[in-house]
Design a protein around this ligand. Structure first.
Ligand SMILES: CC(C)(COP(=O)(O)OP(=O)(O)OC[C@H]1O[C@@H](n2cnc3c(N)ncnc32)[C@H](O)[C@@H]1OP(=O)(O)O)[C@@H](O)C(=O)NCCC(=O)NCCS
Length: 129
């Protein structure tokens, strides 16, 4: 599936249904909830690329495009954007299917950077592909 700019969104890493306890005072889902799901999904893809442990070192960009509503079925897409010596940037797009017609709504988009870790929790070179 493609983003608005025509880039490939990658694979659906997580599919979730927010709970009542995830709602803020506006009736929307907490921003922190979606940040957390994006971190989990990006970490899964980054760990696969790193073939081992990774840590989130930075959220390079993050845009909340549309509020998440109770009843949305939320899909978290993630794909490699670029890789360095020990780090990999993962683009993460969050999309909901909403309502009877299962309308697709783009919710958030961001780029998270993960660093491959060695046994001492220090940066480790990514495997050569
Ligand atoms: C991740 C960590 C081990 C990196 O250690 P460090 O001493 O900063 O490592 P380096 O300076 O060698 O940088 C390692 C890589 O991260 C990249 N990096 C560091 N800071 C960055 C930032 N703010 N934005 C993007 N990339 C960054 C570097 O460019 C480098 O990438 P490269 O090797 O591909 O060129 C350390 O910062 C850490 O433990 N942070 C806490 C992680 C954490 O607890 N995350 C939350 C829970 S997972």
């Amino acid at each position: 599936m493609e983003t608005e700019t025509g880039a490939d969104r990658g694979e659906v890493v997580l599919r979730l249904v927010p709970h009542l306890t995830d709602i803020n005072a506006n009736g929307h889902i907490f921003g922190g909830w979606v940040l957390s799901q994006m971190d989990i999904a990006g970490g899964i893809v980054a760990a696969r690329i790193a073939q081992g442990a990774v840590a989130t070192v930075a959220i390079e960009s993050m845009t909340f495009i549309t509020p998440i509503l109770l009843g949305d079925v939320v899909s978290v897409y993630a794909t490699e954007e670029r890789r360095g010596r020990t780090s990999v940037a993962i683009r993460i797009d969050v999309v909901a299917t909403r309502g009877i017609g299962m309308e697709e709504v783009v919710l958030t988009s961001g780029v998270y950077t993960f660093v491959a870790l060695d046994a001492q929790h220090r940066p480790r070179p990514l495997p050569v592909v």
